[in-house]
Design a protein around this ligand. Sequence first.
Ligand code: 3PG
Length: 344
Amino acid sequence: MAAEACYQTIGTFQSCSLQNNFNHHQKLQNNLLKFMTKDFININGLSSRGSYHSGQRNRGIIRSSASQTSLVDPVSSPSRSDTGETNKKSSEAALILIRHGESLWNEKNLFTGCVDVPLSKKGIDEAIEAGKRISSIPVDVIFTSALIRAQMTAMLAMTQHRRKKVPVFMHNESEQARAWSQVFSEDTKKQSIPVIASWQLNERMYGELQGLDKQETANRYGKEQVHVWRRSYDIPPPNGESLEMCAERAVAYFRDQIEPQLLLGKNVMIAAHGNSLRSIIMYLDKLTSQEVISLELSTGIPMLYILKEGRFIRRGSPAGPSEAGVYAYTRRLALYRQKLDEMF
Ligand SMILES: O=C(O)[C@H](O)COP(=O)(O)O
């Protein structure tokens, strides 16, 4: 089916009120799954410049190797961990990436890097809005950085989640921390989402630029030099990290600690930073070092991937809590959302 007609089908699907018109929804859902096994339209996802921005509808077709065969085969059950099943290897999992909301130093246009500053009021609002946009997508475990702006973003976003599980920070920094933060109720554990903070997901360390005003720095060193420090792949700022160096730690952590969770069928949210996420997206989308330098991430915009049989398929950014189109991406997400509608 032509992409345009498929897009219109999604549009019709979105106009369907999921709560009270299940039969119509089911019929549309089946039709849509049929259509979307061929071409996938990236809704609100990558713009032509390779950036993720809110509210941008992109009718471009993104063909990934997986979507050229079947989009995502319907799976029988919603999130396995929701059904209490053991950690059996699953063929599919959702991955949500969110760059932290605006920080107080973003607001002042200061280089931040690994300096630990909180969100601004706007950043708090962005985090809550991001939470609304992913409120019906399953989350079984959250990874974040050691920096408060990413941690605040994760926690604020989860206040909007419909499943109402409680994110619980894991404290493994010492034996005593682990012992003193234990939970002794299996039921309570089932109603919790572990949050794991690691420095490997921190923003790139900006060295001697940290705390400097970006405009003043351009005035002092020249616009071109600052652009090279900010957006080259392998040239670090003075005594700081290059994107390549940031990618070495962030991608290694993703592959060692996060990807195994996804392969077990766990649905994951990562709340992190512009450059640590750019390096992870470089890995997920198999971007070259040339392609990644033009990738920009807005603060607080969630991005959805589906891991399907070992392949990451980009799904773009859910436009809003009622974005039925997101759930058309895979039957499993649609079933999860239907289960939430029944539960709450
Ligand atoms: O650390 C910072 O200053 C920002 O979060 C990211 O800055 P950049 O967009 O200049 O890499």
